[in-house]
Design a protein around this ligand. Structure first.
Ligand code: MG
Ligand code: MG
Length: 254
């Protein structure tokens, strides 16, 4: 069953997702050569805890950390470690939190120092694919319209969409119905309705679409070793489109 949330529930979802967005924005600023993914994870946990929130991923099916930190060919679910980031890496940071009984979820892929033009293009196309997906959301549209928008944008640029991992409904559980694949065709699946809350999260590979999971049981990597990017927003479906709950706070002009 897909839940449509009340105004009061959406207020709570807005608060936890705004927190996730704020912390993710801060994490971006500390990503640099020499920083470890465990450093980024520790800051994330500290900020969530200070805000009275609980990390959503830590302990989820045994996942050991607050963020998923996926470097280069790692697609999603990378485990933070003592690995030092180096100039030219790309780092996908996925952050989930629980506050007031509701979950927030968002992800970004961040360049480490200067990155190649190809990597810049991968990040730009994946971020644009997420925006294209948001543009497909409104009451009355179908779930697969979202994936069709992602796939169309990604494949026009010569990259490929990961099939094995999908977006999801989110609310009082981290993962709720419906599943939100990042590929089409459109016009299929459940019809969207006002008040549904979705985490939409394209994962895009520079090379082929295939992925495999490493022996740690978590880290998904591209089979061909090509770079992979991941961007995610949590949104509420509205009559006209959607309200994005995880937009990064605007920098305050001084
Ligand atoms: Mg996520
Ligand atoms: Mg998610």
């Amino acid at each position: 069953m897909i839940v449509c949330r009340s105004a009061e529930e959406i207020d709570r979802l807005a608060r936890v997702n705004a927190l996730v967005a704020r912390v993710l924005a801060e994490l971006r600023t500390v990503v640099a050569p020499g920083v470890t993914t465990a450093d980024v994870d520790a800051l994330a946990e500290q900020r969530l805890t200070e805000a009275g929130a609980v990390p959503a991923f830590k302990g989820y099916h045994g996942f050991p950390a607050t963020i998923c930190a996926s470097v280069n060919e790692q697609v999603v679910h990378g485990i933070p470690s003592a690995r030092k980031l180096v100039e030219g890496d790309i780092l996908s940071v996925d952050l989930g939190a629980k506050l007031e009984g509701f979950y927030g979820d968002s992800a970004v892929t961040v360049p480490v120092g200067r990155i190649s033009r190809e990597a810049e293009s991968l990040l730009a196309v994946t971020a644009e694919a997420l925006e294209a997906a948001l543009g497909a959301v409104k009451a009355g549209a179908r779930v697969s319209d979202i994936g069709a928008a992602v796939q169309g944008h990604v494949e026009r640029h010569g990259f490929s969409v990961v099939r094995e991992f999908v977006g999801h409904g989110i609310g009082t559980k981290l993962h709720e119905e419906p599943q939100v694949p990042n590929y089409g065709p459109g016009g299929r699946g459940p019809r969207l309705a006002e008040g549904m809350v979705l985490a939409i999260e394209p994962m895009v590979n520079m090379g082929k679409a295939s992925v495999k999971v490493l022996e740690d049981g978590w880290t998904a990597v591209t089979k061909d070793g090509s770079l992979s990017a991941h961007f995610e927003h949590t949104v509420v479906v509205t009559a006209e489109g959607c309200r994005v709950l995880t937009r990064a706070p605007q920098a305050v002009a001084s």
